[in-house]
Design a binder for this molecule. Structure first.
Ligand code: E4P
Length: 217
């Protein structure tokens, strides 16, 4: 399973990229606003730090304008993935861009039927938002299972990119279902490394090692 980080904060991205475990980055207009930086500039910098897919979202509502914005965004770097919303115009744009070899991430997906349409439009990634579903009292992960089944039934190559992740259990469930990618905030990715028994065990090992009076090398 690939790990993407969902942020436009370059410091977090750099730190996570250093682990060697980061496969890509997703941004959205709200995350760009939070970064306080210029959109084109920050995406260009992220693309230099992370060689994998970096999603940059169009903000137009109609197909022609989405195509124009996509043209500007894809010139930033070869690893830019154009993010389009799951609307009729968004899917039309997805079809046109992917037919031309451009990577496309279809965002704001909330049903398995929407994911089916995105796959038919040739999407590289489909982003179902699990956390926002949970927030309104539904089980977001159920949609991921449904999409997995549908894509496998028809051998669609669109990658399931689980988005709007709120906690490590979303990551665990995504892996159990066989999602292709998760995108999570830096804080959730950091949580994945942590367990109190790891910290306690390491502390005890190092204390005992100190008592041996030895060193390695
Ligand atoms: C995905 O690409 C989105 O940027 C993101 O996961 C949305 O998450 P949120 O619901 O926490 O805003």
């Amino acid at each position: 399973m690939k790990f993407f980080v969902d942020t436009a904060d370059i410091n977090d991205i750099r730190e996570l990229a250093e682990t060697g475990l980061l496969d890509g980055v997703t941004t959205n207009p709200s995350l760009i606003h939070k970064s306080g930086r210029k959109f084109m500039e920050v995406v260009e910098e992220i693309c230099r730090v992370v060689p994998g897919p970096v999603s940059a979202e169009v903000v137009a509502a109609d197909h022609a304008e989405m195509m124009r914005e996509a043209e500007v965004l894809r010139k930033i770097a070869d690893n830019v993935t154009i993010k389009v919303p799951l609307t009729i115009d968004g899917l039309r744009t997805c079809k046109a861009l992917t037919s031309d070899g451009t990577m496309v991430n279809v965002t704001l997906c909330f049903t398995a039927n929407q994911a089916l349409l995105a796959a038919k439009a040739g999407a590289t990634f489909i982003s179902p938002f699990v956390g926002r579903h949970d927030d309104i009292g539904f089980d977001g992960m159920e949609i991921i299972s449904d999409i997995r089944m549908i894509y496998d039934n028809y051998d669609f190559q669109t990658q399931i990119l689980v988005a709007s992740i709120r906690h490590p259990i979303h990551v665990l469930e995504s892996a159990k279902i066989g999602a292709d990618v998760i995108t999570a905030p830096p804080s959730v990715i950091r949580q994945l490394f942590k367990h109190p028994l790891t910290d306690r065990g390491l502390e005890a090992f190092l204390a005992d090692w100190g008592k041996t009076g030895q060193s390695i090398g």
